[in-house]
Design a protein around this ligand. Structure first.
Ligand code: TLP
Length: 352
């Protein structure tokens, strides 16, 4: 049986031998007492790399984002975010359930919000409307195919929001992918945000964990919220050790994932019934519309699974493939052959 080509997500990456070694040798202590030297080292290093005062290790990106929302807002506020953002669609309505906020969703081309799109949605003190408590951007934007904020667009949003006394959070789950594409440092592309969450457990390859960064004061508050959510993790140094390897080594090879994603996109664009613009695939996420094949995304995913190629159906017509270090060029070629077969068969069935 052929090996599995798992393109469902970059979250499926398993720890590298270097990570496993670091985990086995990690010095640990009780992190709730701030006594885990490896967690402390990861937090110091993350703050340094992102150019911030402080950082907090959290078990997941979801906890990082929702902790930030809770710290930045009060109940009864609105959170401006893109219509397809992860905080709105994939985080169990936690901004409402936990922070008492309403999302104010704005749709933007390729998921990239601009200040003109946001400006009219900002609400101040009023006897009728909920006040805007936070703006949250996502870079890269997952559901729109790993698209990237131009630096000046994000900067304008942050500057203008601050003039309106509204904080801005960055869901930077894949900020290092964005940085690699832009040829800038992660610090440079996120310096104006009030807080940034990034994931160690996606393309960087760590088994578990994300980091929230910001000012000392913000992180002190976030530490309390993390505890409320049950995220005080005790001897978490075994996880932080893998996170440190991910942070130092992971970003160096992300350009390979981006090249493989573009390779997939080019091949997909030539298949009947599939719609994708390869030039828009600039990081490691490939989303494409399969509506023209006569099959649903779920049906295609099922056919691919039968050939040991795993993908994710995002909607009835949108299928997603994500590249990462456990899928090489040969794996991508196998995925293309399997998809050609699945779609080709559909086309033949339509003719008869
Ligand atoms: N994204 C996952 C799924 O939840 C969709 C994936 O496979 O892409 N922000 C963004 C932009 C994300 O893509 C994700 C995970 C998160 C936050 C949440 O991270 P975790 O899964 O660690 O809670």
């Amino acid at each position: 049986m052929a090996e599995i080509v798992d393109l469902r997500s970059d979250t499926v990456t398993r720890p590298t031998p270097a990570m496993r070694k670091a985990m086995a040798q990690a010095e640990v202590g009780d992190d709730v007492y701030r006594e885990d030297p490896t967690v402390n080292r990861l937090e110091e290093r993350a703050a340094e790399i992102l150019g911030r005062e402080a950082a907090l290790f959290v078990p997941s990106g979801t906890m990082g984002n929702q902790t930030a929302i809770r710290v930045h807002t009060d109940p009864g506020r609105e959170v401006i975010c893109e219509e397809r953002s992860h905080i709105l669609n994939y985080e169990m309505a936690m901004m409402s359930a936990f922070s008492g906020c309403l999302p104010r969703a704005v749709r933007a081309l390729d998921g990239i919000l601009t200040w003109p799109a946001i400006a009219g949605e900002i609400r101040g003190r009023s006897e009728h409307h909920a006040r805007t408590g936070l703006i949250s951007l996502e870079n890269t934007s997952n559901l729109t195919g790993g698209t990237v904020y131009p630096v000046e667009v994000a900067e304008e949003i942050c500057d203008r929001a601050h003039q309106a006394h509204v904080p801005v959070h960055l869901d930077g789950a894949r900020i290092f992918n964005a940085a690699v594409y832009l040829g800038e440092s992660a610090a440079a592309i996120s310096q104006n945000f009030d807080s940034v969450m990034f994931c160690l457990s996606k393309g960087l390859g760590a088994p578990v964990g994300s980091v929230l960064v910001g000012s000392q004061e913000f992180i002190e508050e976030a530490r309390l919220v993390r505890k409320m959510l049950g995220g005080g993790m005790r001897q978490a140094g075994v996880l932080a050790a893998a996170g440190l390897v991910a942070l130092e080594e992971g970003p160096k090879r992300l350009h390979i994932d981006h090249e493989n994603a573009r390779f997939l996109a080019e091949a997909l664009s030539e298949m009947p019934g599939i719609r994708i613009t390869p030039a828009k695939v600039v990081t490691n996420i490939v989303t494409f519309d399969v509506g023209g094949t006569g099959l649903t995304a779920a049906e295609i995913a099922k056919r691919l699974t039968a050939q040991n190629v795993l993908t994710l159906a995002f909607s009835p017509t949108i299928l997603r493939m994500v590249t990462h270090y456990e899928v090489d060029r040969t794996g991508c070629e196998r995925a293309i052959r399997a998809l050609r077969d699945a779609v080709g068969r559909a086309a033949r069935q339509t003719v008869h």
